[in-house]
Design a protein around this ligand. Structure first.
Ligand code: FBP
Length: 569
């Protein structure tokens, strides 16, 4: 049966993403300008030892000029989508496809199926003109699906090489977050060392917004996902302001980093926005976090306002030092006793086993948590060894603790209000939405640009498109050596080279801006209702970027203005 398409889907299929001016030239006129040799961000000698062949490559910026050296083909490129979905993935593939065909109509693109495991199992399909035309500007990764398999062992590298060589692949494009791009760098080094001549190029993907640095301005998907969450949060703010009887606790996805929560905070101006990185820096205990929220609830109650909205980043739990210690200790207990724990049928047996294995203070902390949270903390870790924060209902934990704390405060005469709370988790809702115009353009440019890097035989690079707060035509394109973004971190008990995750910087412009604004939000109803993503209409509505990017790049952020008619919301 054929697909049924809504009117908007039909219109989006026809949307033509805008390329940066440099990528509009013929491939033979896109010349790679090479900068100076680069260094890793820290632990330089160790990273250099681990990447003898790819370390220190120069930054590449494409410029207008004759480039007789580009690979005229025909070439065969493979793409793999790795990790969580992010809006715009299909446009990366569309950009790859169109870039390849523009360079030589005989060039081919294949997609490995189901994430990196598709490479190991040699499962792929050809991306044809017909197929890609069904997916242009659509959300999701369903064209080839994604997966979280990690390619990291010597056997897996060997299997990857076998698949790539057997299929006569000239370049592999890995679309992923910090961990997947770290693995792309390792694969690039391995394939070079093996003399295969196969390039590996990364593309920065993740809604979490934590794959960014001096060279990568934002990862794709962050723009659309935060617009979707902000619409939902804004709707709740309006509901709160209408009914005036509930406190809404909204947990937002984003893994460790609080970028999504901060951005949704800017867009909607709720009463409380918790930032995990700040909680960590202030070394706050869970009880102190609860106290700080209770203080605002009590103040609002004194003003007759028994309602409000609180944003909670999903990674908050890991940033509370005592919880972090508990999670790390649990990681070890679970890893060391995997078989024994798996053999236990009852949750109670598992919990009792864990209580005994933990040091007494942590065991006590664990026992003090609500049952549901205890079980969620013990769930399987992801393939990178991370606790799955998306499964831990921190918002419910906070409400549970707040109910108790406010009851105590009532007895002490410090609280006179009524606390009725509703919890939400917005996560999967935002990952596969139809990409905003920004993400449609950005992803298409990232894919197209990745082809240009591959045709210039670059390897160990991440596709880089910059100057993103400006119009797409003014964007800059090139490549950043993956080793330039690395440092050494301890993972699963071993020193490993990894791309550094970008958390919310407390000395960064967005956070400083937030600190100036948040007090005003706490006691008032200065809510903003951003509404749904607009794909058509006035430029400043349909093409706006994130507030985070605008603040970071020192641009005046569009959007939130006082109503000139002085409307009282
Ligand atoms: P990536 O880091 O792979 O981009 O994943 C993003 C994310 O959506 C996180 O925000 C979230 O914690 C996690 O994936 C959820 O993972 P899963 O899809 O495996 O449940």
């Amino acid at each position: 049966m054929g697909r049924h398409l809504s009117e908007l889907q039909q219109a989006r299929l026809k949307f033509k993403p805008e390329l940066p001016a440099i990528l509009r030239l013929k491939p033979a006129m896109i010349k790679p300008g090479m900068g100076r040799a680069t260094e890793a961000i820290s632990d330089r000698d160790t990273v250099k030892k681990m990447f003898p062949k790819t370390y220190g490559k120069p930054v590449v910026v494409f410029t207008n000029g004759k480039n007789p050296g580009f690979n005229k083909g025909p070439v065969k490129v493979a793409v793999v989508l790795s990790g969580g979905q992010a809006p715009g993935g299909h446009n990366v593939i569309a950009g790859l496809f169109d870039g390849l065909k523009k360079a030589n109509p005989k060039n081919k693109l294949i997609g490995f199926l189901g994430g990196p495991s598709g490479i190991l199992e040699n499962k792929w399909k050809e991306i044809t003109a017909h197929l890609i035309d069904c997916y242009r500007n659509t959300g999701g990764f369903d064209i080839i699906q994604s997966g979280r398999t990690k390619i990291e062992t010597p056997e897996q590298f060997k299997m990857s090489k076998k698949t790539l060589v057997e299929n006569a692949i000239d370049a592999l494009v890995v679309v992923g977050g910090d961990d997947s791009n770290t693995n792309a760098a390792l694969l690039a080094e391995y394939l070079l060392d093996e003399g295969t001549g196969i390039s590996v190029i990364g593309v920065p993907k993740t809604i979490d917004g934590d794959l960014k640095n001096a060279q990568i301005e934002t990862s794709f998907g962050f723009d659309t996902a935060t617009k979707i969450y902000s619409e939902l949060v804004g709707n709740i703010c309006r509901d709160v302001n209408s009914a005036r009887k509930y406190w809404h606790f909204i947990r937002l996805m984003g893994r460790s980093a609080s970028h999504i929560t901060l951005e949704a905070g800017f867009k909607t101006q709720p009463n409380i926005v918790l930032i995990g990185e700040e909680v960590k820096q202030k070394n706050l205990t869970l009880a102190q976090v609860v106290d700080s929220i209770a203080a605002v609830i009590a103040k609002r109650a004194d003003m007759g306002k028994n309602f409000g909205v609180v944003l909670v980043p999903e990674g908050l739990i890991e940033f509370i030092p005592e919880m972090n210690r508990l999670i790390s200790a649990l990681n070890d207990v679970i890893a060391d006793n995997e078989n024994e724990l798996n053999a236990m049928k009852s949750v109670v047996d598992k919990k009792n086993f864990v209580y005994k294995a933990l040091e007494p203070a942590l065991s006590k902390l664990m026992e003090s948590l609500p049952d549901g949270i205890e079980s969620q903390l013990m769930l399987d870790r992801d393939p990178h060894g991370n606790v799955q924060v998306s499964q831990i209902e921190t918002e419910k934990l906070l409400v549970d603790m707040l109910s108790k704390r406010l009851a105590e405060m009532k007895k002490e005469g410090a609280y006179t209000g009524k606390f009725s709370a509703i919890t939400h988790f917005f996560g999967y809702e935002g990952r596969c939405g139809a990409p905003s115009n920004f993400d449609s353009n950005y992803c298409y440019a990232l894919g197209y640009n990745a082809v240009m890097l591959a045709l210039n035989k670059m390897t160990g690079y991440i596709s880089s498109v910059r100057n993103l707060a400006d119009k797409p035509v003014k964007w800059l394109a090139g490549g950043i050596p993956l080793t330039m973004m690395m440092n050494i971190e301890r993972r699963k008990g071993k020193e490993k080279p990894v791309i550094q995750k970008a958390l919310v910087g407390l000395d960064g412009k967005p956070f400083k801006q937030f600190v100036k604004m948040r007090e005003g939000w706490a006691l008032s109803e200065s809510y903003v209702f951003p509404g749904p993503i607009q794909y058509y209409g006035p430029e400043d509505v349909k093409d706006m970027t994130t507030k985070t990017l605008a603040f970071e790049q020192g641009k005046r952020h569009s959007g939130v203005k006082k109503c000139r008619k002085g409307c009282k919301k």
